[in-house]
Design a protein around this ligand. Sequence first.
Ligand code: NAI
Length: 385
Amino acid sequence: MTRLNWGMIGGGDGSQIGPVHRISATMDGFFTLRAGALDADPEKGRAFAQQIGIAPDRAYGDWREMLAGERNRPDRVDLVTVATPNATHYEITRAFLEAGIHVLCEKPMTVTVAEAEDIAATSARTGAICAVNYGYTGYPLVRHMRAMVARGELGRIRLCVVEFSHGFHADAADAENPRMRWRYDPAQAGLSGQFADCGIHALNMASFVTGENARELSADFLSAIASRKLEDDAMVNIRMDGGTRVRLWTSSVAVGSFHGLNIRVFGEQGGLRWAQQWPDQLHWTPLNGRTQVIERGAADSADAARATRIATGHSEGMLVAFANIYADLAEAIHARREGRAPDPAACHYPTAVDGLRSIAAIRAAVDSAAQGGDWVDARPPSLRP
Ligand code: NAI
């Protein structure tokens, strides 16, 4: 495979998610970082881009300059990752899609449902891929869970219980720390705090594994630290379009919980349990049977096999999970160029439609919580029958 040209917007020096993208996108050799507008401060962005090996003429001060510089180059970027704060995702992603450049946008894809509808429509109209970084769906055993459910091994799914709880924002004395404060400021974070930040990862994972989408939901929001304008804890009940009930808990004040992303799926014929902090073991209990541990590397599905890099017993982890999203995108881009169908096991990257479903769920959860937990339609307007 020839290497694809890759660009980044955001993810500058000291950012949280930028380094993860740089390691994950390049670890397989599918992409080379060629261009970037990496920082809110143009000078810092240019300097850091050159420091990490981007040529001076492609180390841009801001994303508009980058779009203008790249769009007519014969060797222009094939894919751009948008890893800036949430409120900027919409206009950046839209502009690159309009130029026909594929985008991997960080979550949440946009702030409003109207913007998300527009991104999904723009991607469909231009033919440029818009993926959304629900990177935890890249874990081999998460893909294997999806395969087991799709193969019918659990029978009809009754319940899916998901959790994304951490305790890093639990200290009331530190609540004004600027690194966390913005996440609860409606002007910077949007309509929702913790549900938009982490809850949508859990909801996306429930959808990914069960193959169903949210139809309606009922939410209870809590600002455990009273000065916060947005919620730092949420309990959400979701009725999925295939009949599964999803129970979702997300929190940033769960002291003692670290990156608590967990999923349990209960079907008529068995149950599955997986936790991101122990990603190499999947617990499978057939109805009336003994619990079995499926080790990463020993799962019998093409989806898990494609996502697995090294032998059973050696740990892989989050960097490889994100790399699997990039590997899928590389396969999708090459397949389009070559006019062939992509490998079916590579068609699992989350798309703009998944991003849109999340934003509609955020809107519904905010409305439901404001109405004391009333059930609210969680589907995007364009995807209602
Ligand atoms: P951060 O605040 O640590 O870093 C943001 C970076 O973007 C900084 O380098 C900043 O200078 C730069 N930036 C800001 N505005 C810019 C602009 N207009 N043009 C170019 N660069 C700009 O933020 P963090 O935590 O890295 O989050 C970034 C995004 O990634 C957010 O949307 C967040 O929700 C998402 N995220 C996703 C995760 C996942 O698991 N998928 C995990 C963590 C964050």
